[in-house]
Design a protein around this ligand. Structure first.
Ligand code: ADP
Ligand code: MG
Length: 371
């Protein structure tokens, strides 16, 4: 018998709020981490993208939340993710818990007001540190310090900011560190700060995923036609096409639009507002194809993404895993296709060996795309 949310000891109100969203059974990572966190352990949790980590760290915090002091600080690598996490917490918690979301690129006033009465503050490291330095965020009673996508945060160079933030939070806090992988740098950081977390690793097979992965080879001048053909021939809902650079996202989305594909670029050159607006339109299905950089797409959690295309090959297995984690979430069918040109073979060979990605079987009859 697998445990239900009630069995875990989650309150009736929260169970009801979850049910209203169609969330009726805890995922493996939620089942495994909830009791440990509840007991007060520091945890370092590795569980793949899409496995339900947000609720895994949020539910125990929600159950403890009361009063109007900031009890939990949740840090995420990017703004979009901070917003998503805050929304997910609010939806699960209902009115009894106050939340605030804090990130850069927007004005301070409203965020500071929200933070004053928030039990749970979610934010990106830069702006959080900023508010701490300005004495606008009181974390003196903090009980939970959470790093979401801890691995990515270190990847993205946030270590220094995280360490500075850690100087503000009480020593006796509980640390909850979550990621799709546990890099050595994270374990090192724990040692440095005398944190000895319980390490919880959730095995991949235990999740419901329905993602078919493959690669297809294309000559350099046929890369666009190949992508175009795949986009045309697939029965898809939302798709994300990954590029290495911001320039490529612009260039490629232009090319796709010229060929009648409804594509938009998502990259770090856009303002926060523009990005939010675009992600919102994408979520509503008004734009079907996002052409994104890794950084811009990090943490996007959109259920209807059925296809991920790697137009530029990812450099590492980690990046690959994060990219394809955008598709086929929570049991939906998905397909992740990497388009390779000759020069990519060396890079890709390593990924292929490690991740066992097969070549696409079907014969792709290329449609003519305007390039
Ligand atoms: P991760 O952080 O591990 O990548 P998320 O926490 O973002 O995964 O969850 C992925 C998706 O699964 C979200 O849309 C979330 O609402 C949904 N989800 C989370 N827990 C459950 C559950 N127990 N049952 C069904 N769906 C869930
Ligand atoms: Mg997550």
């Amino acid at each position: 018998m697998t445990k239900s949310f009630e069995d875990l000891g989650i309150s009736e109100e929260v169970v009801k709020n979850l049910e209203a969203q169609g969330i009726t059974e805890p995922t493996t990572v939620q089942r495994i981490s909830y009791p440990r966190v509840k007991k007060g352990y520091d945890v370092l949790v590795e569980s793949e993208t899409g496995s339900g980590k947000t609720l895994a760290f949020s539910l125990p915090i929600i159950e403890q939340a009361k009063g109007n002091k900031t009890q939990a600080l949740v840090l995420t690598p990017v703004r979009e993710l901070a917003k998503q996490v805050e929304e997910e917490i609010s939806k699960a918690a209902g009115d009894s818990v106050n939340t605030a979301v804090i990130y850069g690129g927007v004005s301070y006033g409203p965020q500071i007001q929200d933070a004053k009465k928030a039990n749970i503050v979610v934010g990106t490291p830069g702006r959080i540190l900023d508010l701490l330095k300005k004495n606008k965020l009181d974390v003196s009673e903090l009980e939970y310090f959470v790093l979401d996508e801890a691995d990515r945060m270190l990847d993205m160079g946030f270590q220094d900011e995280l360490e500075q933030i850690m100087r503000y939070v009480p020593e006796n806090r509980q640390n909850l560190l979550f990621g799709a992988t546990i890099p050595g740098s994270l374990e090192k950081m724990c040692k440095k700060y005398d944190i000895s977390p319980k390490i919880l690793r959730v095995k991949k097979e235990e999740h419901t995923r329905n993602l078919s992965e493959k690669y297809v080879e294309a000559k350099n001048h046929e890369k666009i036609s190949t992508l175009y053909t795949l986009l045309k021939k697939r029965d898809r809902e939302l798709s994300i096409v990954f590029c290495k650079t911001k320039n490529n996202t612009r260039w490629l989305s232009d090319k796709l639009r010229k060929n009648g594909i409804d594509a938009e670029a998502l990259n770090g050159d856009m303002s926060q507002k523009q990005r939010e607006k675009l992600v919102d339109r994408f979520e509503k299905g008004e734009v079907k194809v996002l052409v994104a950089t890794d950084v811009a797409a990090r943490g996007l959690d959109i259920d209807d993404v059925t296809h991920v295309f790697n137009f530029d090959v990812p450099d590492t297995a980690d990046t690959y895993t994060h990219r394809i984690g955008r598709a086929g979430r929570q049991g939906r069918e998905g397909e992740a296709i990497t388009i390779l040109e000759k020069q990519d073979h060396n890079t890709f060979r390593r990924l292929k060996r490690k991740l066992d990605i097969p070549r696409m079987k079907e014969d792709l009859e290329l449609l003519d795309a305007q390039v």
